[in-house]
Write a protein that binds this ligand. Structure first.
Ligand code: PLP
Length: 369
């Protein structure tokens, strides 16, 4: 199989697996236990927290391990109180949109921040947002479907100057562009392990120490009482190792992905009538979302699958939906064109040959459609 769906998930790096294995076999102690086995597990978690802190430029003491990006996003929005006004961008992941909709049902005032045709929040939209004065906004750093990167430091600066708190979902940005919690100056930031060659079911929320976190899971008081439950030690160790590798190998990974994407885009542009969505916006280096009029994206995906290629027709959670992607609709794309969307998200094992073969196949399949 040729895997072009790294925004859905990435394969586990062998070095990450090696780091995890001892914690799935010999070192099985509970990190809360006071004897040696327990202390060993505790110090492995502390080490992983430091590795994450180094990658995200955040204080280790402000990182809460969770079961993934979804839980981190839910936990971030749980800091709101019932009288708060919440605004989220129209291109957020389901883990934010659904969580915000649930808060709205409980009485929280929810509004949406529009994006332009490139998926970006414009200065005039931001000016209006400041007039509307929500208490809290959630704006993703990089979009999972289009790859579009928001100019978040500039946005945060203006919002925080007006006493508006900012959360960012940095799940797709981490490892692909430099992500600094300090420089972005957000109050909260979500990240996930399985998008950076770490194990699934592990993520983290990074928080501003002045913020009151309302835990979603209570019990044994783990994670400074902010996320109870015996820690998934092996997964946390894997997340830490994946973070360390993402940091040390950042430059080579970045240039490798940029080279592959540039080849992909040059070759895609030889296909008549094909559009690359948000192609004028800055995007993470591995993501290309395309559309072709008259083509059914789901059908194309299945035909590509039969030929051994894994791509996505949008976010993994949304595949199976017959509705066009809300992200593309929010960008003003015609529903028919939005329904043709195919996302190609590259990763470190992809090659130039795979891309050329894919383009060859895509050309023949697009002609049949
Ligand atoms: N946020 C974004 C932008 C994502 O792409 C994803 C996963 O697809 C998530 C959050 C959810 O992360 P997880 O799969 O770790 O729950």
């Amino acid at each position: 199989m040729i895997y072009f769906d790294h925004n859905a998930t990435t394969p586990l790096d062998k070095r990450v697996l090696e780091a995890m294995l001892p914690f799935l076999s010999s070192f099985y102690g509970n990190p809360s236990s006071l004897y040696r086995q327990g202390r060993l597990a505790r110090s492995a978690i502390d080490n992983a927290r430091e590795q994450l802190a180094a990658l995200t430029d955040a204080p280790a003491s402000q990182i809460i391990f969770t079961s993934g990006g979804t839980e981190a996003n839910n936990l971030a929005l749980a800091t709101l109180t019932i009288t708060d006004k919440l605004a989220i961008s129209t291109t957020e992941h389901h883990s934010i949109t659904e969580s915000a909709a649930s808060l709205q049902k409980q009485g929280i005032n929810l509004s949406h921040i529009n994006v332009d045709s490139q998926g970006l929040i414009s200065q005039s939209t931001l000016d209006q947002l400041i007039i509307d004065r929500p208490d809290f906004v959630s704006i993703m750093l990089a979009n999972n479907e289009t790859g579009v990167i928001q100019d978040l430091s500039a946005i945060t600066q203006q919002l925080k100057a007006n006493d508006i708190k900012v959360h960012t979902d940095a799940v797709q940005a981490l490892g692909k562009i430099p992500v600094s919690f300090k420089q972005l100056a957000v109050n909260l930031m979500s990240i996930s392990s399985h998008k950076i060659y770490g194990p699934k079911g592990c993520g983290a929320l990074i928080y501003d120490k002045d913020l009151k976190i309302n835990p979603l899971i209570i019990g044994g008081g783990q994670e400074r009482n902010l996320r109870s439950g015996t820690e998934n030690v092996a997964a946390i160790v894997g997340f830490g190792k994946a973070a360390e590798l993402a940091k040390t190998e950042f430059n080579e990974r970045n240039s490798q992905l940029l080279t592959l994407r540039s080849q992909l885009e040059i070759e895609l542009r030889t296909i008549p009538n094909l559009s690359i969505f948000a192609d004028r916006a800055e995007r993470i280096p591995n993501t290309v979302l395309i559309g072709m009029p008259e083509v059914d994206g789901e059908m194309l995906l299945m035909k590509l699958d039969q030929k051994g290629y894994a791509v996505s027709s949008g976010s993994a959670c949304a595949s199976g939906d017959k509705e066009p992607s809300p992200v593309l609709i929010a960008m003003g794309i015609e529903p028919a064109l939005a329904k043709s969307a195919i996302r190609i998200s590259l990763g470190l094992s992809n090659t130039q040959k795979e891309i050329s073969n894919f383009i060859h196949l895509l050309k023949s399949l697009a002609c049949q459609a």
